[in-house]
Each structure stands twice: as structure tokens, then as C-alpha cells.
Design a protein around this ligand. Structure first.
Ligand SMILES: [Mn+2]
Length: 355
């Protein structure tokens, strides 16, 4: 595995590449062209500039998170072929730049959803949190407003203010899309992009839906072992793979995370490893990465990745806000750096115990 950190680009991130370079064991970044819109072609010059900037800091691009999928593709509207052609062109441009990993998600309308962006924990840190009761009490428009008002001046991925203006239209777009239709639209998309992925050896890594159940009446399919195995089989190509995100699949306590990792052997191309603390099955918050601070056995998660021969990039995921840092919720420097050091320590111990 390679330890990495997500970085949104110098225009958007409070964390600098030179800070990332000083986290022990971190050699790459997972990044994106954050100001491109879903459906837009990523130009070769923009990709080259990003690559050069990262290289100048002594790091490299380990993968892209994300190339977002346009809603026309997810909803299967007549315009989808136009947007898939653009997606293919972006993949070709990334392949030409020697970039071989692309994370994406197939969630309708919303990216990951939390109902609190700064819940205070007993140690004084603040974390992202979720309660089903709060989602049930909110409508989607209010949700958008609250997220953008509490993001410390940053733009949260998937919660870009310009999407708010279209939230009603977006819901209309999905009014006839159930989970079977969403599966069919995903299959159509994957079958069309697999040739270019094979040509350039680009591993597509779908991110799970978060939380791992339908919200606001919208279907969600990348939520459990049964569905992800169905997706792997429906387009059975190694380039159709998975981002294993412990914090997203882990939102559903019925998901056995190490068992899921083992069942996806060879198809996990990217891993997000983080911990959650549950107060009840539908009230959880994001803990420190350390096992004892949350509800997951992080050693067993890392061991399952190790024993299935995982060789892709791994990154700590949402961190707590600590030591008075002001940053995008979940994406500060300090707690993610602690997470990277901890995950590296687990990996070293597992590696040595296998020798
Ligand atoms: Mn994730």
C-alpha cells in the first residue's frame, strides 16, 4: 500500500503540499480539479499543471478523487451519452498523464451526508456527525443551506452552492429512478468506459454511498456486500473496482467490514480508513482513527487489507478538528496526520508479524 492524503488544490485547501510532505510515510496525494463541474472535460493542460505542482513539492498524484459523474448519467436521461463521451475524454487525458486511479460515486443528488459539522466530543475536539432523526426533520433545501453556512468558508465536496439552485430539478430528474434503474444506469456507464480504462490501465474505484441507506426517498445501491458483489459481477473487469471506505460502509452496523474486504479481494483499488463512534445504530459521529476511540477494530480492517494483498493508495479519512485548526470540516491537517501515522504503525506491525 501507499499512504496518501486527500488534497483539494492550492486554491481550495487550507493544507499545503509542503505540510503533507512532512507527514511521515506519506508519498502521494489524492487530488482533483476542484473547480471543474460534473460533465466537463478535464483538459490536458490543467492536468499537467496540477501534476507539476504536486511534483514540485516532492510528492506525486496517486489517484483522482473524484471525477464526478453527471446526474444525466446516473438518472439515465437522453443526454447521458454526451456526458459519457466527455467522461471518456477526461479518462483518456488522465491516462496520457500517467494517472491510473479514479474514484467516483453514483449517489443521486447528494454526496456524503452529515447532520452536524462540528459536534463537540468530551476531549473538546469537534467532528462530523449524523442522526437519522435530524435528516427526517429536514428538507433537502434546508440541508444544503445548513451545510454551506457551516463549512468554515470552504466549499464541501458535493455541497457546492450552485447545486442548491437546482435541487428541485434534480429531485424531479430522479422521480422515476428506483434502485434497479440506478443499477442499470451504472452498468451502462461502466460498459461504455471500460475500453478506455483497459487501454490506459485506469482503475475505476466506486465510493460507497454514505450513509449506506436511501435518504430523502432517493435510491442508494453501493451500500453492502451483496450489492457491491453484484456490481463487480455485472461488469466483470478488474478496472471496475472499489474504493473501500470503512467509514461509509461502516455507517450500517450490519456490514462486517473485514469480511467485505476479503470478499472483494483483487478489486479494491483504493482505501479510505477511518473510525466511527456509535451511540445508537442511527446516531454516530466520526472518531479519531484509533480503535479505542470509536466502534471499529481498525487492526482487523488493516489486517484484512494486508492479507488480501492490497497494494493501492490508502488514506486517512475525515479527521476531527483539533488544536484550534480552522479548515474544511473533516479535512484539517492535524488529525488526518495522526491518522496516517497510526495506520502506518498498524501496517508495519502487521507486515512484520507476517515475516
Ligand atoms: Mn470515504
Amino acid at each position: 500500500m501507499e499512504m496518501t492524503l486527500r488534497w483539494y488544490g492550492s486554491k481550495f485547501d487550507t493544507v499545503t503540499l509542503s505540510q503533507i510532505r512532512q507527514i511521515p510515510g506519506v508519498t502521494g496525494v489524492i487530488t482533483t480539479l476542484y473547480d471543474t463541474k460534473p460533465g466537463e472535460v478535464w483538459t490536458r493542460s490543467a492536468i499537467a499543471a496540477l501534476k507539476d505542482e504536486v511534483a514540485a513539492a516532492g510528492l506525486h498524484i496517486s489517484g483522482i478523487e473524484s471525477v464526478n459523474v453527471h446526474d444525466a448519467i446516473k438518472a439515465g436521461t437522453p443526454e447521458r451519452d454526451f456526458y459519457i463521451d466527455n467522461y471518456i475524454e477526461t479518462l483518456r487525458n488522465l491516462g496520457e498523464a500517467d494517472i491510473h486511479l479514479v474514484c467516483y460515486n453514483f449517489m443521486p443528488v447528494f454526496d456524503w451526508t452529515r447532520t452536524e459539522l462540528a459536534r463537540r466530543r468530551p476531549d473538546g475536539s469537534t467532528v462530523l456527525a449524523y442522526t437519522q432523526a435530524a435528516v427526517d426533520a429536514l428538507d433537502p433545501e434546508r440541508m444544503f443551506n445548513e451545510v454551506s453556512a457551516n463549512s468554515n468558508g470552504t466549499v464541501m465536496p458535493g455541497w457546492e452552492p450552485d447545486r442548491l439552485a437546482h435541487v428541485k430539478e434534480l429531485f424531479e430528474l430522479y422521480s422515476t429512478v428506483d434502485s434497479e434503474a440506478l443499477f442499470a444506469n451504472l452498468k451502462y456507464f461502466l460498459e461504455r468506459i471500460m475500453p478506455v480504462c483497459n487501454e490506459y490501465d485506469i482503475k475505476m474505484a466506486i465510493h460507497p454511498d454514505d450513509p449506506a441507506w436511501p435518504i430523502f426517498g432517493l435510491p442508494r445501491i453501493i451500500i453492502n456486500k451483496e450489492n457491491i458483489l453484484r456490481m463487480m459481477k455485472m461488469v466483470d473487469d478488474v478496472h471496475n473496482g472499489v474504493t473501500f471506505c470503512s467509514g461509509s460502509y461502516g455507517t450500517n452496523l450490519e456490514n462486517d467490514l473485514p469480511d467485505m474486504i476479503r470478499s472483494l479481494k483483487g478489486r479494491i483499488h483504493f482505501a479510505h480508513v477511518r473510525n466511527l463512534k456509535f451511540h445508537s445504530p442511527d446516531n454516530f459521529e466520526e472518531a479519531a482513527h484509533l480503535s479505542s476511540d470509536g466502534s471499529f477494530d481498525m487492526y482487523e480492517i488493516m489486517r484484512a487489507l494486508y492479507e488480501t494483498g492490497f497494494s493501492g493508495p490508502i488514506r486517512p479519512d475525515h479527521g476531527r478538528m483539533i488544536w484550534d485548526e480552522v479548515a474544511m470540516p473533516g479535512y484539517g491537517l492535524y488529525d488526518r496526520a495522526l491518522g496516517a501515522a497510526y495506520l502506518n504503525g498498524l501496517w508495519e506491525a502487521i507486515d512484520k508479524s507476517h515475516k
